[in-house]
Design a protein around this ligand. Sequence first.
Ligand code: AMP
Length: 214
Amino acid sequence: MKIIMLGAPGAGKGTQATRLAAAYGIPQISTGDIFRENLSQGTELGKKAKTYMDAGELVPDELVCDLVADRISQADCAKGYILDGFPRTIAQAESLDAVLAKTGEKVDFAVDIEVPDEAIVARMAGRRVCAKCGKPYHVVSLPPKQDGVCDDCGGELMQRKDDAAEVVTKRLEVYHEQSQPLIDFYAAKGCLMTVDGTQSADDAQAYIQARLEA
Ligand code: AMP
């Protein structure tokens, strides 16, 4: 099963992708995570991506498409995968289609998680992540047991640089301009699933799985 997650930054793509990956035993491929890992390892790709990420802009397509094509050709993707944060532009979607077409494959589901902008801004302001293990938290909806400390590894909880209010506004702008057109793109292919992202993560997951298995 090849699934892609659509939706604004902070809509819950990553949360649902993690849950679906566990439920179906297929990998979650997050381009944002790949860039952040490269950044922390100081690779050339990480350095190139950093300027764009810090500004809330998209990393250029040519730095993303080959990376994803390479990742989905690996053995653990044979039974399917969940793309979380890719494609984010029509050009990226077309590039993915072209790669899949070579082996007669296609995207099975495009899951679009819808959340109004105002709710996104409030969500992102409270988002925290463990600096050590990457576990996500939220100061209101998913607080750690001890303020600022990761429940799992004791690491310090940080705000992602691109979750700062002015960067979030920019990321939403970029989403509406460059990524929202993907909704019509996948609707036209007949594989779009629209999910209300304001419901609880459990309810959203149950809804998505029921539709995937229908
Ligand atoms: P995310 O964690 O998915 O919100 O991604 C964080 C940042 O990584 C984004 O704001 C972009 O700068 C960059 N990024 C992640 N995925 C892509 C993509 N498919 N195309 C371009 N830039 C991306």
